[in-house]
Design a protein around this ligand. Structure first.
Ligand SMILES: [Zn+2]
Length: 284
C-alpha cells in the first residue's frame, strides 16, 4: 500500500514517527506551514520556519525514504497579530520555490476582518503564482465558517478544482463537494473525525476528490491515521483501487496542479529501500 499524507506537521514529530510512517506505507507528504503554538513575534521567525520546511525537513524525511513537500502562508490565527502582517510581503519569494506545492494553510480561525484580508490577499497570490490552495476550516462554528470560506473562494475567482478545503466532517462535506472544491478530512485520535466516521463518509459520498490526512502536529495526534483509515476502508469492503485513489492518487492529482510534485524518486511500496536513519546528530 502506498500512502501520501496531504497534511502533516513533521517539524513537530520525531524520527521514530518517520520510521513508523515508512513502515506503514507513507512515501510522500505535504507539510503545511502553520501556527507553532507559541506566537511568533516577527516576520523573521516565519522566514526561518519556511526555510526549515524547504531545507532541513525534506532532508530529514529523505533519510527515511519519504518525499517531503510543503505549503507556505500566513496562517489564519496569526493573521490577527500585527507583528506578523509583513509575512504577506515575503511570501512571493517562497511561492516561487520548487518544493512549495500550494498556498496554505489559509482560511478562518475566529472570522475577524484581519482574517478576511489575509485570506483574500493569499487567494490572489495563489492565482498570481498559479498554485493550488489549502484552506483550513475553523474548529468552532464549523458550518458557518465553511460556508463563509466557500463564499470568499467563489468571490476570489480561483478555480474550485484548485482549492482543497480541509478539516471537514459530516456537516460540511456536502457543501464543499457541491462547490467543486476538493474535500479534506483530518483523522484524530480522540476528537473530531475518527477512521470509522471517515469510512461512513466515503460510503455515502464516494471517493472522488476525497483526501484523508493525519494533521499530526505537537498536539495529541497520530501520524499513522492515514494507514489506519486505509485499513478501516479495506475492512469495510472497499477494494485496493479505491484505497489507492484516496490515499495516493487523489493527493497526487490535487498537489500535482502546482506542476512541482516531482515523485520520480518515489520508492516502490515494497522495495525495502529504507536502511535506517543516517542523520548525524550534532549541535543540539
Ligand atoms: Zn494543520
Amino acid at each position: 500500500m502506498r500512502i501520501f499524507d496531504p497534511h502533516i506537521h513533521m517539524t513537530s514529530r520525531t524520527t521514530d514517527d518517520y520510521e513508523a510512517m515508512y513502515a506503514a506505507g507513507v512515501r510522500a507528504l505535504v507539510e503545511p506551514s502553520f501556527w507553532l503554538g507559541q506566537p511568533r513575534t516577527s516576520v523573521d521567525s516565519f522566514t526561518d520556519y519556511f526555510d526549515a520546511l524547504l531545507g532541513w525537513e525534506p532532508f530529514r524525511a529523505a533519510q527515511f525514504g519519504i518525499q517531503h513537500f510543503c505549503t507556505v502562508a500566513l496562517n489564519p490565527k496569526e493573521a490577527n497579530d500585527p507583528r506578523c502582517a509583513g509575512v504577506l510581503d515575503v511570501l512571493p519569494r517562497y511561492l516561487a520555490k520548487d518544493r512549495v506545492v500550494a498556498v496554505g494553510e489559509i482560511g478562518y480561525d475566529s472570522m475577524t476582518p484581519e482574517e478576511d484580508d489575509a485570506l483574500a490577499r493569499q487567494l490572489e497570490l495563489a492565482v498570481e503564482h498559479d498554485l493550488p490552495v489549502l484552506v483550513h476550516t475553523p474548529h468552532r462554528d464549523k458550518a458557518v465558517g465553511t460556508r463563509r470560506t466557500l463564499d470568499v473562494v467563489r468571490e476570489s475567482g480561483i478555480a474550485p478544482e484548485r482549492v482543497l478545503v480541509d478539516h471537514l466532517n459530516e456537516l460540511t462535506v456536502a457543501m464543499v463537494a457541491d462547490s467543486g472544491c476538493w474535500t479534506g478530512f483530518s483523522i484524530y485520535p480522540h476528537t473530531k473525525m475518527s477512521e470509522d466516521r471517515m469510512v461512513r463518509i466515503l460510503q455515502e459520498h464516494g471517493t472522488a476528490r476525497m483526501l484523508v490526512n493525519s494533521a499530526a502536529d505537537w498536539g495529541r495526534s497520530d501520524p499513522l491515521k492515514t494507514r489506519r483509515t486505509a485499513d478501516a476502508m479495506l475492512a469495510a469492503g472497499f477494494d485496493d483501487d479505491s484505497v489507492d485513489q484516496v490515499m495516493w492518487r487523489n493527493p497526487v492529482a490535487f498537489y500535482g496542479q502546482s506542476g512541482r510534485l516531482d515523485l520520480e524518486d518515489a520508492a516502490p511500496d515494497d522495495a525495502g529501500l529504507y536502511e535506517g536513519n543516517s542523520i548525524e546528530r550534532g549541535g543540539e
